[in-house]
Unconditional design. Structure first.
Length: 117
């Protein structure tokens, strides 16, 4: 499944960004049955979970992100979103969209989020 992520950029500390991920060529039923998620990787660090969302829309968040991010999905348009608020310089990273089904895992190319102090 090909994933397209967008919405990254440069923001000041305390600001907000909304990331989007689209799976334009995915079969709708396949997308709708997948667990979707966002992960991030800061320079020199491993890739870490930010949030996931089940096919029915139940979210799960990394402890470090709870209260500051909201993940959502639009199954009809095969998209997921990550609303990030009150961003901190420590949130600077490349954010990756993830697709996970019973038979396949796919990663998007990543979108860079830079938070200045």
């Amino acid at each position: 499944v090909q994933l397209q992520a967008s919405g990254g950029g440069l923001v000041q500390a305390g600001g907000s960004l909304r990331l989007s991920c689209h799976a334009p060529r995915a079969i709708t039923s396949v997308f709708n049955s997948a667990i979707m998620g966002w992960y991030r990787q800061a320079p020199g660090k491993q890739r870490d979970l930010v949030a996931t969302i089940t096919p029915r829309g139940s979210p799960d968040y990394a402890d470090s992100m709870k209260g500051r991010v909201t993940i959502s999905r639009d199954n009809a348009h095969k998209k997921i979103y990550l609303q990030m608020n009150n961003l901190e310089p420590e949130d600077t990273a490349v954010y990756f969209c993830n697709f996970r089904s019973s038979t396949q895992t796919s990663w998007g190319p990543g979108t860079l989020v830079t938070v200045s102090s």
